[in-house]
Ligand binder design. Structure first.
Ligand SMILES: [Zn+2]
Length: 98
């Protein structure tokens, strides 16, 4: 398990639900004497996606980029699977395709 976010309980619960809604195997832990409440990702293969999601959540960015749809690189035209966040051929980030 990897901790991807910590903060107040209300935010932690909301973020955990959003991650679960994205198909990510996430859980939360309550605040303790030693730490704040936290969101955890159970499946490490989903960690990159979860971290990206949390980063956008913190910035207040729209989360639509994370929809699991294949996309096409605007730079080189490569067809990419949904899980790639950047073109493996030329390195163009997925954001550029939107
Ligand atoms: Zn490309």
């Amino acid at each position: 398990m990897q901790r991807v976010f910590e903060g107040d309980v209300a935010t932690v619960e909301m973020l955990k639900d959003l991650l679960v809604g994205e198909g990510i195997d996430a859980g939360s832990s309550p605040a303790s004497r030693f730490s704040e409440a936290a969101v955890w990702v159970n499946d490490e293969s989903q960690l990159d996606r979860a971290v990206l999601f949390v980063t956008r959540f913190k910035r207040g960015e729209p989360l639509k980029h994370l929809e699991r749809t294949p996309w096409k690189c605007p730079q080189c035209g490569e067809a990419l699977e949904a899980q790639f966040e950047a073109c493996w051929n030329c390195g163009t980030p997925r954001e550029a395709a939107v």
